[in-house]
Design a protein around this ligand. Structure first.
Ligand SMILES: [Zn+2]
Length: 378
């Protein structure tokens, strides 16, 4: 007779993904989307769009869904495959965004604060750097500064996320095709060392501009670019920041013009996390709505393109958000248990070729492994 605990483990391994697919298939037009995948999409992806909601786990996804008007109106209902990742860092059950993003970019668990570095303080090559070396085009779009933890972990290697001015050099060492986001200061002569990184980038052929106007950028694919939307951190979505969905739409058209071999695009809804730290439900609602629009742009591209895998996840939960009973029985009242991140599991939504490999429960590092499996590095 087999060991009961082994049986349970095996049973779970088979049953859990099946349940998750079944749950997915029960929602709205999901079955139709699964069928559409089988018919329409390529066997494996040529492009990957990874959208990270910083500080976005199941509570934030649930709140966003209710705020959008329920499951049928939620963008998350459009994903036929759902899984969960365990977000913990190398030596800490509660991760920060640096270790969380390094798990995605390098496929390793590292210590909190580490940017593209192993737990033994050795540089780890990022998946963006690998795909870049293969000749694929690469892009990063965020609603924080370029030197913030999540984008940094894809292009830079530092022991501490606090070394923001050093992190900016990562954009010179990685041949990124485009960046859209804040942090212009870190590339300007105002830096502590007065090195004009905008000038260095221009010498390497980049078009570098401040603001959010895509009309002045080389969207025909003739040059790499950095569109520095703000000098420091961009304003909140509720204060009028609106470039994220537009940037996803524009960059999805631009990156294929930069390489015939495909592309990798990382998009971050950065301020979902900051709203959680501030326990600010209005801020959170506006950021979730903004991220929702960005995801819709990625899905629209993937649907028409047929060779693009879209993955949406978060790096960790933030704020210990609970959806408690409101006075009206048809609504909820957000409550926060923390001003920091928590260890709850994080959902992973996938759409497109090989999206089915994202079902199940796994470590956050498996996101890297699965992306590599879907789009092998040669
Ligand atoms: Zn945070």
């Amino acid at each position: 007779m087999s060991n009961p605990s082994t049986f349970l483990t095996n049973y779970r391994a088979v049953l859990l993904p099946a349940i998750l697919v079944l749950i997915s298939a029960c929602a709205g037009n999901k079955q139709q989307l699964v069928d559409k995948q089988e018919v329409k999409f390529a066997k494996s992806p040529k492009n990957i769009i990874l959208l990270i909601g910083d500080g976005m786990a199941l509570p934030q996804v649930s709140a966003g869904m209710y705020w959008e008007g329920g499951l049928e109106k939620s963008v998350f209902a459009q994903f036929p495959y759902v899984g969960y990742h365990k977000s913990h860092a190398h030596d800490d059950l509660v991760t920060d965004s640096a270790a969380g993003a390094t798990a995605f970019s390098c496929g390793i668990k590292t210590f909190n604060g580490a940017i593209g570095m192993t737990s033994k303080k050795k540089e780890c090559r990022t998946i963006l750097e690998d795909w870049d070396a293969m000749g694929k085009s690469t892009g990063i779009i965020v609603t924080c500064s370029a030197t913030h933890a999540t984008p940094a972990a894809f292009v830079a290697h530092e022991d501490s996320r606090a070394f923001t001015e050093n992190i900016a050099f990562g954009y010179l060492h990685t041949a990124l095709d485009c960046f859209v986001g804040g942090g212009g200061y870190f590339f300007s002569k105002e830096r502590y060392d007065h090195i004009d990184l905008k000038d260095s980038l221009r010498q390497r052929g980049y078009v570098v501009r401040d603001g959010t106007n895509f009309k002045k950028m080389p969207m025909d694919g003739s040059a790499p670019f950095m569109l520095l939307t703000h000098d420091r951190e961009p304003e909140t979505a509720s204060a009028g920041r609106a470039y994220l969905p537009r940037a996803v739409r524009e960059v999805c058209q631009y990156l294929p013009k930069r390489s015939e071999k495909g592309f990798f695009l990382m998009v971050e809804g950065s301020q979902i996390d900051w709203a959680g730290h501030s326990n600010d439900r209005h801020w959170l609602r506006a950021e979730m709505a903004d991220f929702d629009k960005a995801i819709r742009e990625a899905l629209a591209f993937a649907e028409s393109n047929g060779e693009t895998l879209v993955i949406v996840t978060g790096d960790h939960e933030c704020g210990g958000l609970a959806l408690t009973q409101a006075e009206s029985k048809r609504s909820f009242k957000p409550a926060f248990a923390s001003h920091y991140h928590t260890a709850t599991m994080v959902p992973v939504f996938a759409f497109g070729p090989m999206a089915e490999i994202f079902t199940g429960i796994y470590e956050n590092t498996a996101i890297y492994d699965k992306m590599k499996l879907a789009m092998p590095i040669k």
